[in-house]
Design a protein around this ligand. Sequence first.
Ligand SMILES: [Zn+2]
Length: 406
Amino acid sequence: MLSGAKKAIGTLRGRAVLACAVAAAGFVAVAASHAATAAAAGILKVRMGGDAVQTRVVIDLDHATTGKLVADGAADGRAILLLGDVSAADGQQGVGQGLVKRWVVDQAGGAARLQMELAPAARIKRRFLLPPADGIDHYRYVVDVAAAPSDVKLTKAAPPALATPALRTAFLPAKPPPMLSMKRTIVIDAGHGGHDPGARGAQGFEKDINLAAALALKARLERGGRYKVVLTRDADVYIPLADRVRVAQRAGADLFISLHSDSGPAADVHGASVYTLSDKASLRAAKFVRREDWFMKASLTGDRGVRDILFDLTQRATKNRSASFAETLVGRIEGRAPLLRRSHRDAGFMVLLAPEVPAVLLEMGFLSNATDEAMLSDPAQRGRLMGAVADSIDDYFAETTRLAAR
Ligand SMILES: [Zn+2]
């Protein structure tokens, strides 16, 4: 029996691991298929307690997650935290307490984004995840905010007392205050720069036209006050391609747009085209995966297979978003500037490789074509093209918000 039993146990264990991977795949699949309902409840509640020395924010969650700190509040009093694979479809918000003046949660790509307006000189001191315990059946993501310069010694781990039911009934203001402006982060990449001039036209270099277009688009987007715009370069400098992707990842970009000007052997070829990541090139995206990325840690089983499933899911969701934005962009350019035949194409451009950032590369026109070059060299016409880009960004986020609210 023993040997048989051992073998049985052996297979049972093998089956258990497999079951785990499948269950995890199933878990993910289940999660994915019930996205609308389960996702809406991803965040159960946001609670906080504390005073002007230390304030604790507790986010009740129905599943584990990994947080990514985009801003700790030191820079401009706004703290931004992303919780991977968590949805905040209903856009919760509230008045703060202690060092937190106001807070709002919205969706940023595949993550829930918590924005908090902090009291002057306050910043996020530490954050950690608490698993279900002590009769509490859900996860809690804890964020400690402290007044700085803080000589307040914050104890290492969250004292279990904080997870008592008493806190569970923490306050939520009756009527939520006016919403904090939920700015989407747009990263604009002016192609080439510095010792890399890009294509050469009769009137000048691609790098200069790309930068002028990027600055015009930034101004246009900031005018409405709805977007936080980050440039990969704002001067004639060379930035390695991989660093441009890192800028987008570090900024927690909701959208990445790389602006280029094309060139070809035939002078009559003209028009804009939009590139998104090709399937073939998707494999190279793994090089931009970082250890701290949520899908690298979100796999509860720690199973490589499950991690890869989560990576694939993330990348596929991002590719779908990139493709939907590209279609919207082509639609907005149509009628405002010439388009190349088959204007939405795919390629393996390095700048499109971030697995979690929806990204497109826009070839604005051909410097090898006199009409296109004249259009791109003229600030008014170039501005009109950037206007089409800005309108397509508005459309894209209006659609994203509409879908999330369903
Ligand atoms: Zn280029």
